[in-house]
Design a protein around this ligand. Structure first.
Ligand SMILES: CC(C)(COP(=O)(O)OP(=O)(O)OC[C@H]1O[C@@H](n2cnc3c(N)ncnc32)[C@H](O)[C@@H]1OP(=O)(O)O)[C@@H](O)C(=O)NCCC(=O)NCCS
Length: 155
């Protein structure tokens, strides 16, 4: 994807339906989005991917949501977007970037490939925070893994 551009965007420019692919809890997404830094992956003026990340608190930023539109998944857009977000957060002076994700599934490899490490387990997070059970690959998603990318470790 040579003509893909990753750029920072105002929260109101981010297509909500993209972020809902990553987090179906719309009220939660609407609550955190206005205070986030947002990044979009654009090709031919079409937004193919989006990511929202908090501003650092005590040096730690949190990636709240990242998604690529269904038709363009698995073609490298998500990795390009994630790497650009990592660079932007590191350049802002943060010491780490965290993300919460399911305890199984391809998303784990997606983050770990960029250097994220498991730092905590929040048992039954997806049972407590979502009204309907979430199933992926035929398995109910229950526990959330907290992954951390420590920038000092990468130097
Ligand atoms: C997660 C997501 C943002 C990744 O973006 P992407 O553009 O599809 O990712 P890439 O093409 O850069 O793929 C990178 C690697 O992730 C893994 N991966 C991505 N999508 C996958 C899928 N559907 N099945 C299996 N592995 C997958 C693969 O290891 C892939 O590398 P490979 O194709 O060389 O094997 C995207 O798939 C998505 O929007 N998913 C739905 C929302 C979501 O789950 N967001 C994350 C919430 S924690």
């Amino acid at each position: 994807m040579t003509d893909l551009v990753i750029r920072e965007a105002a929260p109101e420019q981010v297509p909500l339906e993209l972020l809902l692919l990553a987090d179906p809890n719309e009220s939660k997404v609407r609550a955190y989005l206005p205070s986030c830094r947002c990044f979009i992956a654009v090709q031919n003026e079409q937004v193919l991917g989006a990511c929202a990340v908090t501003r650092p608190v005590h040096g730690v930023a949190e990636l709240m949501s990242i998604a690529v539109c269904a038709r363009q998944q698995r073609s490298g857009v998500g990795s390009r977007l994630l790497r650009a977000v990592i660079d932007a957060v590191r350049d802002s002076g943060a010491r780490a970037l965290e993300v919460g994700t399911g305890s199984f599934g391809y998303q784990l490899a997606f983050y770990q490939r960029q250097g994220f490490r498991v730092t905590a387990i929040d048992r039954d997070f997806f049972v407590r925070h979502y009204p309907q059970p979430i199933h992926e690959e035929g398995i109910q998603l229950r526990d959330m893994l907290r992954l951390t990318l420590e920038f000092a470790e990468q130097a």
